[in-house]
Write a protein that binds this ligand. Structure first.
Ligand SMILES: C[S@@+](CC[C@H](N)C(=O)[O-])C[C@H]1O[C@@H](n2cnc3c(N)ncnc32)[C@H](O)[C@@H]1O
Length: 261
């Protein structure tokens, strides 16, 4: 895709409405700063799209659209350069849904080290790799060998992704592959997700680091009301010394799910 699109950094957002759905953002918890996500951009055209700068120009990872834009060179004496972005679909990525839903801070940005639990075949991981850029690293953990194959293939081109095909319940098995990280992102959709996150955070999260967790209520307890499940998960995380700062629903992109840090 190319043409009359304008790319804007998400730091320019100044509205309390989600521009994607035009509905008011569903804020819960603190209401301080506006959305500010270095490395994540908005392509403004006929429709607005969330995009990340493609680390491997010319290639899509999972058939997503690409947008090529001519941008002025950082060095004004050089001609304008073509920059390519990949469209990040919030219906396929909980992190993208969280950004569009109004998450205040994803804590993931250029140069960051991210431990991503529940990488699946690497579609969202590939966008996180774009966001952290060549100076950052994404350690992507997935225990399914089938998904792990796609993840490993994706990482062949995105060399800032370290694919780890292991069970996130056993961080000792991959501790030799990791350095300390700035952020743990978790989307394992398991009933014991809080314990898994805590275990990994105790091993690998830097002091002052952050965890961003996606919780799908039905994966934890399909019989209890979603709100009750979310509250119980927050309690479990608090018991593990996490201090929840932000929590929001991922609807309309996901059925009862929340993301928080
Ligand atoms: C909801 S999917 C993740 C989707 C992915 N984050 C994305 O946006 O493309 C959950 C993934 O977590 C993986 N998973 C579940 N339990 C796990 C565990 N204990 N260790 C590693 N991966 C796990 C599943 O195999 C599945 O691929």
């Amino acid at each position: 895709m190319c043409g009359s699109m304008r790319i804007r950094c998400t730091s320019r957002w100044r509205t309390r409405r989600c521009w994607w759905t035009r509905r008011p953002r569903r804020w819960k918890g603190r209401t301080g700063r506006e959305g500010w996500h270095p490395g994540v951009f908005v392509a403004k055209g006929k429709e607005h799209l969330l995009v990340t700068r493609n680390l491997v120009p010319g290639e899509s990872v999972y058939g997503e659209k690409r947008i090529s834009i001519e941008q002025p060179n950082a060095d004004p004496s050089l001609p304008a350069e073509k920059v390519e972005y990949r469209v990040w679909n919030p219906f396929r990525s909980k992190l993208a849904a969280g950004i569009l839903g109004g998450l205040d801070d994803i804590h993931i940005g250029p140069g960051k080290k991210v431990l991503y639990l529940g990488a699946a075949s690497g579609t969202s991981v590939s966008h996180v790799a774009d966001v952290v850029g060549p100076e950052g690293t994404v350690y992507a953990v997935e225990f399914s060998h089938r998904s792990g194959r796609d993840l490993v293939n994706m990482a062949k081109k995105r060399t800032n992704v370290i694919p780890i095909v292991e069970d996130a319940r056993h961080p000792n098995k991959y501790r030799m592959l990791l350095s300390m990280v700035d952020v743990v992102f978790a989307d394992v959709a398991q009933p014991d997700q809080a314990r898994i996150v805590a275990l990994n955070a105790h091993h690998f999260l830097k002091n002052g680091g952050h965890a961003v967790i996606s919780i799908k209520a039905s994966c934890i307890d399909s019989t209890a009301p979603a709100e009750v499940v979310f509250a119980a998960e927050v309690k479990k995380l608090q018991a593990e010394s996490f201090k929840p700062r932000e929590q929001l629903t991922l609807e309309p992109y996901e059925s009862p799910s929340q993301v928080g840090d």
